[in-house]
Design a protein around this ligand. Structure first.
Ligand SMILES: Nc1nc2c(c(=O)[nH]1)N[C@H]1C(S)=C(S)[C@@H](COP(=O)(O)OP(=O)(O)OC[C@H]3O[C@@H](n4cnc5c(=O)[nH]c(N)nc54)[C@H](O)[C@@H]3O)O[C@H]1N2
Ligand SMILES: Nc1nc2c(c(=O)[nH]1)N[C@H]1C(S)=C(S)[C@@H](COP(=O)(O)OP(=O)(O)OC[C@H]3O[C@@H](n4cnc5c(=O)[nH]c(N)nc54)[C@H](O)[C@@H]3O)O[C@H]1N2
Ligand code: SF4
Ligand SMILES: [Mo]
Length: 748
């Protein structure tokens, strides 16, 4: 019998054998509210939560199919130890943890805590306990080898937020619900469901902008699923900084900022000098967008009553991502759109993450630099692009042991094969992952974790950018399978075995040594209870606590909208103004102006594609999500395909200066001429059978983690706009003589 779901009370069911929980999805940043129905240990179904204040009854196929991942026959269900021949054997938790503890202790004794590293991948964002313990263990070991997926994603935000607003985690986000004009630079929210903005049913929310008479302009080298629905302006990959600098120059010439806005900004004269080089002519040359269009866009933006320039992944993974993000913030600021309805907003969260991260000592930039390449730290972490060099380079502080949680760096990290080789050289690699991934297969131990559906939690990060601020702390919806353990528990057990207390707080470490344990969950609850919405241990009976939220069982509305008019209060600098001046930005502008963007041997540029039914590298093993014979296809513009004699379905070799992959070509004008586009997350080599069968090639084999190829200030790798050439492997028709590339390497 299938019990019915009541929209008035999504948890009411007639069947007493069915247990219903309300939770939030832990796959992407939309963090949609979900209703999960369970009988015994079986998840009957997962549906959108119609009463969730932010996601408002929306969920995508990944969220509602997640129980198939829980039940996947390829899921690792007991700790595995790698044998000498590369195969794995099951071992008990005691055996695995004791041996890991012993080996770590020996490595630390010989080489110090610095020789141990930690990597937290993207899904750790939905596991605040594991994230706290990962940071805590890093602090206890005093290691600088603390890596986060943020460094292949948003470290440019975290650098700019720190310099401009005084806190890495003070991330402003677009007021999609009220804006009259939204410019999307390098984002595809119709597929990604939004990043660094948590907007329920984002496609509808964007369409509403147009319905209320506003505009949405999508600036993207590819006519993405979002661009197809709105105005599309193609631009050359990794030219965003030129576009925004030119728009800023024009805005400043047109009398921006107004005096009352200027009073909130420091460093206007610096900014003015900085963007001088970005004349409309130069910007047209670099971006491929006609100067007249850039001028019109700027005029329309200034004229709109509430406008926002939103730059995301595509504008964050080029070689100038920190500069680009800086220019975006500066543009919103000088046009008077910071901290106003319809512009860019400061978030409002159940737990003040800016304060939490400051109190735990994470906040900062460039307090130290990486050992080998001298890249600045960002909120206490080192960039993933430096991991291979830290493993490869001998000397004091060499990285010798690594614990990976919620991540697949061998696939999602830059410089693909180099990183894979480096991971293989580690004295100890532990991968906490539900699958035998490309990373896990290199590990000495694979430890099976619980999944978000199977543990208590809340989306601490995405709550900081919600269009509708709410509070939620969900119970586990279903028991984990027998062999799985929470990542947080695993970190705690490893810490115990090596004799450290995993906390960034010296006080907590001290108490721990006296035998008094304050768990990560207790401390997060403490932050909630003593915060703006807290119950202050009964002093404010209407306030919130973990216990209360678990008892409520679902989300609670905190405010109908995030606040405005809070700029002075939220900026952490002593003068409470936006700091636009920093020598780093001048140096970056100079580096940009001197860039040589054309490499005649590699005349095309490749960009990465995100697909609706994939999530980075990890949902390709779910048959329902792979239905319809999904294949990986390289999009090639007809103008570039013709001289090579390329047709749909032909095999083609893509070569960059860093590596090569062989893929299937698909001729399409959705990409602009000169640009090819390939989905990430294919070309699996691990033990997830369906994913491996799906074939394809690993995008990141084309990327580099070398110092010369990264965004210097953030250490972020270049994952978009990489120069490549195409070499047809099998083609129905012979290539024409004026071929785009003449110097392909002999193909394998
Ligand atoms: N070419 C290219 N490269 C990219 C990107 C791209 O678009 N194109 N995207 C970049 C971005 S934005 C990001 S965020 C990074 C992501 O990089 P990573 O976070 O390193 O990698 P993912 O591919 O997301 O892998 C996540 C892993 O976590 C595992 N996992 C899922 N849930 C849990 C859990 O609850 N506990 C534990 N322990 N493990 C879990 C999954 O099985 C999977 O193996 O990749 C970056 N790399
Ligand atoms: N279905 C699905 N959803 C996801 C994910 C997923 O893998 N699958 N991953 C999640 C993660 S970890 C993240 S970080 C978010 C990211 O979410 P978004 O920030 O929306 O990123 P993408 O969807 O990669 O869209 C980036 C867009 O930038 C364009 N682009 C590429 N290079 C450039 C460039 O140089 N300049 C400009 N202006 N545009 C460029 C691409 O063509 C693409 O349309 O998505 C999340 N949501
Ligand atoms: S949009 Fe993202 S958060 Fe929402 S259900 Fe899909 S995967 Fe989950
Ligand atoms: Mo990401």
């Amino acid at each position: 019998m299938t019990p019915t779901l009541s929209p008035a009370d999504p948890t009411s069911v007639a069947d007493p054998s069915v247990r219903v929980t309300r939770t939030s999805c832990g796959i992407c940043e939309a963090s949609c509210g979900l209703v999960v129905r369970v009988r015994g240990d079986e998840v009957l179904d997962i549906r959108p939560d119609p009463l969730h204040p932010n996601s408002k009854g929306f969920a995508c196929s990944k969220g509602v199919q997640f129980h198939h991942l829980r039940d996947d026959p390829d899921r690792v269900r007991q700790p595995l130890r790698r044998r000498a021949d590369g195969s794995f054997e099951p071992v008990s938790w005691e055996q695995a943890l004791d041996d890991i503890g012993r080996r770590l202790k020996a490595i630390i004794a010989r080489h110090g805590g610095e020789s141990v590293g930690l990597y937290g991948g993207n899904p750790i964002v939905w596991n605040h306990e594991a994230f706290s313990l990962l940071l805590g263990l890093g602090a206890a070991l005093k290691t600088r080898h603390l890596f986060a997926a943020a460094s292949v994603d948003i470290n440019n935000y975290y650098v700019v937020n720190q310099l401009l607003y005084g806190n890495n985690f003070c991330s402003l986000f677009p007021d999609v619900e009220r804006t009259r004009f939204m410019v999307i630079l390098g984002g595809n929210p119709v597929v990604s469901h939004g990043s660094m903005m948590t907007v329920g049913h984002v496609r509808e929310a964007l369409q509403d902008i147009v319905r209320r008479g506003g505009r949405v302009v999508v600036i993207d080298p590819r006519r993405s699923e979002t661009a197809q629905l709105f105005e599309h302006l193609p631009l050359r990959p990794d030219a965003d900084a030129w576009l925004v600098a030119a728009m800023l120059r024009l805005a400043l010439q047109r009398g921006c900022p107004r005096p009352e806005v200027a009073a909130t900004l420091g460093g206007l004269a610096f900014l003015q000098t900085l963007v001088e080089v970005a004349t409309p002519t130069r910007a047209e040359q670099e971006t491929g967008i006609p100067a007249a269009r850039i001028e019109q866009l700027t005029r329309d933006f200034i004229a709109a009553d509430g406008a926002v320039l939103y730059g995301r992944w595509g504008a964050s993974l080029g070689q100038f991502s920190t500069l680009t993000k800086y220019l975006i913030e500066a543009f919103n600021a000088v046009t008077g759109n910071l901290d106003r309805a319809g512009g860019a907003l400061f978030g409002h969260s159940m737990i003040d993450i800016e304060k939490l991260m400051r109190d735990t000592g994470q906040i900062g930039y460039d307090r130290w630099r990486t050992r080998v390449e001298g890249i600045p730290e960002v909120f206490g972490t080192a960039p993933l692009a430096t991991m291979a060099a830290e493993i490869e380079t001998p000397g004091n502080g060499q990285l010798r042991a690594l614990l990976v949680s919620h991540g697949n760096p061998a696939m999602s990290g830059p410089g693909g094969r180099r990183l894979e080789r480096a991971l293989g050289q580690l004295e100890l690699l532990v991968s906490m992952d539900p699958y035998l991934t490309e990373t896990s297969r290199l590990a000495h131990y694979v430890l099976p974790p619980t999944l978000w559906l199977e543990r208590e939690g809340f989306p601490i990060f995405t709550m900081a950018h919600t269009a509708v601020p709410y509070a939620q702390w969900s119970p586990a919806s279903v028991r984990p399978p027998e062999g799985a353990r929470d990542d947080g528990w695993i970190f705690a057990e490893i810490s115990r075995r090596i004799g450290v207390v995993p906390s960034p707080l010296a006080l907590v470490r001290g108490l721990g040594r006296l035998g008094i344990t304050l768990g990560a969950r207790t401390l997060t609850d403490l932050a909630l209870r003593t915060g703006e919405h807290g119950d202050w241990f009964g002093l404010r009976p209407s306030g919130l606590s973990r216990r209360k939220l678990l008892a409520v069982g679902g989300p609670l509305l905190l405010k109908p909208r995030p606040p405005t008019g809070v700029l002075r209060q939220r900026i952490a600098h002593r003068d409470h103004r936006v700091h636009l001046e920093h020598p780093l930005f001048a140096a970056e502008m100079q580096r940009l102006a001197q860039r040589q963007s054309n490499d005649p041997a590699y005349p095309l540029h490749i960009i990465s594609v995100r697909e609706l039914r994939s999530h980075n590298s990890w949902l390709h093993n779910i048959p329902k999500l792979m239905a319809g014979e999904r294949v990986q296809r390289l999009r090639v513009h007809p103008q570039d395909a013709r001289p090579l004699g390329l047709h749909n379905g032909d095999r083609v070799r893509v070569e960059s200066r860093h590596g090569a992959v062989e893929v299937m070509a698909w001729i399409s004008d959705e990409v602009m001429p000169g640009v090819v586009a390939l989905p990430h997350g294919w070309g699996h080599r691990g033990g997830w059978r369906r994913a491996v069968e799906a074939g394809g090639a690993a995008f990141n084999d084309l990327t580099s983690s070398a110092y010369v190829d990264i965004d210097r200030p953030s250490g972020q790798a270049q994952l978009t706009g990489i120069a490549v050439r195409l070499c047809p492997l099998s083609s129905a028709t012979p290539p024409a003589t004026d071929t785009v590339t003449t110097s392909c390497s002999p193909s394998a």
